[in-house]
Design a protein around this ligand. Structure first.
Ligand code: XIL
Length: 371
């Protein structure tokens, strides 16, 4: 009698264990962790109080990045006046859910506050403002933000250093000197937090092209001269044409060969939408899933690719409809009602397959730990 009871209890326990591991295996977070990968999303603290938003974010991701909360507009709204409230909320959410925090960003040609853009500063004054900003922000988040996008989108599509307030309008005194201002930013960031991983981040550089050639030349030079740079972020804002994906693996391989880490930082795949924000062509959701799959597989197959992040996670709050004036949208892997889309299953499956490749997983873990 007792033996039968015990056998019955054991059976129930086994069934429960099997069921719970099945449930766990449904999350990106679980599968990415098994694959030695960070899986992240950009997020906005304004939505943390929304139950579905908070639940999806905390259960599916082990990394978090502020979509806007750590940009200049948020952190230094007036010259010399720093505000870390929103950034701190992102950090607090991440800490409450054991998520790593990626910092974004210290320097960009966009999203700068008007006091800075319209301040008519001299190069010396701008240089001082840039140094103070980097120092104060990086010091504030030291020990909390493990990796920073130090400079964002500094090259144009031809691979030229983009004209910007930091470079030549009027610049910090290094106009015409190529990547010298970028180097300054990395050195100042490193001084402020020697433990943080420092990334250069750019858009439309996933394939081998003029822009990624220019980034490659810069980081190779930086590595050779000991400029503190640890990795390159590939934004990967994509569409159904999957621009650059045919040479993506080859591109990642050449950066990996420099001993750098690679992060996919802002993946989304915009598709045509109607006025209701839903896909115009139902078949596009499957095509979109294939693009997501290709990016996830290329990252998973490359041991230097240590993080895979999407720009948001629910179509409800994606920046793409606003950015494309309503033409494109539905770009993420959960729909507006937090239902997983085919792209979610494609990424999950890619991570599961990656987790089975123990050699690559071990190499990835070794790379993640090394500076
Ligand atoms: C975007 C945000 O998603 C928007 O909310 C904001 O209005 C503009 O910036 N490349 C980047 C990100 O590096 O910081 C941008 O984020 C998207 C493009």
């Amino acid at each position: 009698m007792l033996a039968r009871l015990l056998r019955g209890a054991a059976k129930i326990l086994l069934t429960l264990a099997a069921a719970s591991s099945l449930v766990l295996a449904q999350t990106l977070r679980e599968e990415a962790t098994r694959a030695g990968l960070l899986v992240g999303a950009a997020a906005a603290p304004a939505h943390f109080s929304e139950a579905d938003y908070a639940r999806t974010l905390s259960s599916q991701f082990n990394m978090l990045e502020a979509e806007n909360a750590m940009k200049w507009t948020a952190t230094e709204p007036e010259g010399g006046v720093f505000d870390f409230k929103l950034g701190d909320e992102v950090v607090a959410f991440a800490q409450a859910h054991q998520m790593a925090v990626r910092g974004h960003n210290l320097l960009w040609y966009q999203h700068n506050p008007s006091w800075l853009v319209n301040g008519h500063f001299s190069p010396d004054e701008l240089s001082a403002a840039m140094q103070e900003h980097i120092q104060r922000v990086v010091e504030h988040f030291a020990g909390k933000v493990f990796a920073w996008d130090v400079v964002n989108e500094a090259f144009d599509d031809q691979g030229r250093v983009r004209s910007s307030i930091w470079y030549d309008q009027p610049g910090i005194g290094l106009a015409g000197k190529g990547t010298a201002y970028i180097e300054k930013a990395f050195r100042w960031a490193h001084q402020a937090d020697p433990k943080a991983l420092l990334f250069y981040n750019d858009v439309d550089a996933q394939g081998v092209n003029a822009k990624s050639d220019a980034i490659y030349a810069m980081v190779k030079d930086f590595k050779a001269r000991g400029v503190p740079l640890d990795g390159v972020g590939f934004q990967a804002h994509l569409r159904l044409d999957g621009k650059g994906l045919d040479t993506f693996a080859r591109n990642l391989a050449r950066f990996a060969a420099l001993g750098l880490q690679i992060h996919i930082t802002e993946l989304d795949v915009g598709i045509p939408i109607g006025a209701d924000g839903k896909p115009l062509h139902p078949a596009d959701s499957e095509k979109q899933a294939q693009i997501y799959r290709r990016v996830a597989e290329a990252c998973a197959a490359q041991p230097a690719c240590t993080a895979f992040q999407t720009w948001g996670f629910t179509d409800k709050y994606s920046w793409i409809p606003g950015f494309t004036h309503g033409k494109l949208g539905a770009a993420l892997i959960w729909d507006g009602n937090y239902q997983p889309k085919p792209a979610f299953r494609a990424v999950l499956a890619a991570f599961s397959r990656a987790a089975a490749d123990s050699k690559t997983v071990a190499e990835r873990k070794a790379r993640s730990e090394k500076r």
